[in-house]
Every structure is written in structure tokens, then in C-alpha cells.
Design a protein around this ligand. Structure first.
Ligand SMILES: O=C[C@H](O)COP(=O)(O)O
Length: 258
């Protein structure tokens, strides 16, 4: 297998295959789950709105991949409200519906206005609501924009008990960037490297994904970069990976931009 194909397989195994469209229907989510089963393996998870968690669990079980593909959902999404009780209630409901992982939006506007306590309390309370299931905290790095705020949101999320910190909802103008990823990975490393990292929003090609892998391999070591610590949240990336994986091994085109 070529190096580029190996890289595509690696990215596939690290992906949360995502559909978070307001127009999503049961048929769309069933089709998403079917797309998760490829000749090159499966993504780590599918990520869907809370009302589709149960459907996704059933569909993945019917496809025989319930063990390999986890079901993630979103709460406090996409706005990142400062309403702690509301975020906890949504998180409890997501867990009750069967979610394996919850991607919670950090109240980043509160942090921008100097309030650190609300974010910390909201993450801690939602972590408690998750029980054994994973909590991924979306800091909305593109909206925070300033490196000091990206750093502080990452620190507060980790202090609150986040299992992963995630760049973006995919719903704002600036989503994942290598610059924000670098800051977040440095915070993770300084905190001991037990928290994971998820790059999400706007990652559409293997060439883009590879930039994050190079960064994470350099900062954390390649053995750290497994689905337990590293994910891509992406709705369109699978198309590029499958294009590359289906190309003949000697195709020079598949090396473009990589
Ligand atoms: O959490 C993942 C993002 O919502 C996906 O964003 P995307 O549609 O730009 O890939």
C-alpha cells in the first residue's frame, strides 16, 4: 500500500463521520451509517444530532459495526449558551438516548467577557452527567480567535474534566486551523497528555487532515495519535479518503497536494 493510502486509512480510523444539518432526516442518518462501513475500514464514530442517536445505534448494530463505530452527539450546540442547567439537561438526555460520546459547546462568549467560572462549572456539571461516556468540549477556537483565549478555554475545559477538547462546531466562519490546533495540543501536553484533541470544521481533504497529523505526531508522538486521543470531525472528508483509497496504487494524481 502506498504511503498516501496508508495515511488515508489512518485518517479514516480517526474520523467522527458527521452529519449535523438542520435538514437531516432518518433516511440521511441511516445512509450516513451505511457510508461508515467501507472496504478500508470504519471511522471511530458517527456524530449526529441527539434526536438521531437511537436510530444511529440501531443502524450500526444492523450493519454489524456497533462495536467498532461509536455514536457521538452534540449538546449546547451550536451557540455555546451559558445556561448550565440547560446544558446538563441536554447532556443527560443524550446519554439516556444511548450516546457514547457527547460533544458539548463551551460557553465561549462568557469567557470572552472575562467570566471563567461559568465555563468551568458548565463543563464539570456536564462531565458528571456523562458518567462513563466521553465528553468532548468544543471551544469554538475560530470565534475566540485570540491565542490567549484559545489557551484559557482549553485549560478550563481540561480542568472541568473534558476527555477531549475540540476546535469548532463547523457552524462559524473560522473553524479548525493548524494554529489553534497547535495551541490546544500544547495545553494538552502541558496538562499531562491524557486529554484528547479533535479537529473539526472545514477539514475536507486528506492534505488538510495530514497537516494536523504532522502537528500531533510532532507534539505528542505518533503512538499518542489513536482514536482514544485524536479525532477529525468532518462531514465531507470521507469522500476524499475514498477517492484516494480507490485509486490505483501507481496513480500520481493521488499524491497531489499531499
Ligand atoms: O463536528 C464536526 C463539524 O460540525 C463538521 O464540520 P464540517 O461539516 O465542516 O466537516
Amino acid at each position: 500500500m502506498t504511503e498516501v493510502a496508508l495515511s488515508a486509512r489512518r485518517v479514516l480510523s480517526l474520523m467522527d463521520l458527521t452529519s449535523l444539518n438542520d435538514s437531516d432526516t432518518d433516511a440521511d442518518i441511516t445512509a450516513l451509517c451505511r457510508r461508515a462501513v467501507t472496504a478500508a475500514g470504519t471511522p471511530a464514530a458517527v456524530c449526529v444530532y441527539p434526536q438521531f442517536v437511537s436510530l444511529a445505534k440501531t443502524a450500526l448494530a444492523a450493519l454489524g459495526v456497533a462495536e467498532q463505530v461509536r455514536v457521538a452527539t452534540v449538546t449546547n450546540f451550536p451557540d455555546g449558551s451559558a445556561d448550565i442547567a440547560g446544558a446538563v439537561q441536554q447532556t443527560q438526555a443524550a446519554i439516556a438516548a444511548g450516546a457514547d460520546e457527547v460533544d458539548l459547546v463551551f460557553p465561549w462568549r462568557a469567557l470572552q467577557s472575562g467570566d471563567e467560572q461559568t465555563g468551568l462549572a458548565l463543563v464539570s456539571a456536564c462531565k458528571a452527567a456523562c458518567g462513563e461516556q466521553l465528553l468532548k468540549v468544543i471551544i469554538e477556537s475560530g470565534a475566540l480567535s485570540e491565542p490567549a483565549l484559545i489557551r484559557r478555554a482549553s485549560e478550563l475545559a481540561i480542568e472541568g474534566g473534558a476527555d477531549f477538547i475540540k476546535t469548532s462546531t463547523g457552524k462559524v466562519t473560522v473553524n479548525a486551523t493548524p494554529e489553534a490546533a497547535g495551541i490546544m495540543l500544547e495545553v494538552i501536553r502541558a496538562a499531562g497528555g491524557t486529554t484528547g484533541f479533535k479537529a473539526a470544521g472545514g477539514v475536507r481533504t486528506l492534505a488538510q487532515a495530514a497537516e494536523y497529523l504532522v502537528l500531533a505526531d510532532r507534539l505528542m508522538g505518533p503512538e499518542w495519535v489513536t482514536p482514544a486521543h485524536f479525532r477529525f470531525g468532518a462531514s465531507g472528508l470521507l469522500t476524499d479518503l475514498l477517492r484516494i483509497l480507490q485509486e490505483p496504487a501507481n496513480s500520481s494524481e493521488s499524491q497531489d497536494g499531499y
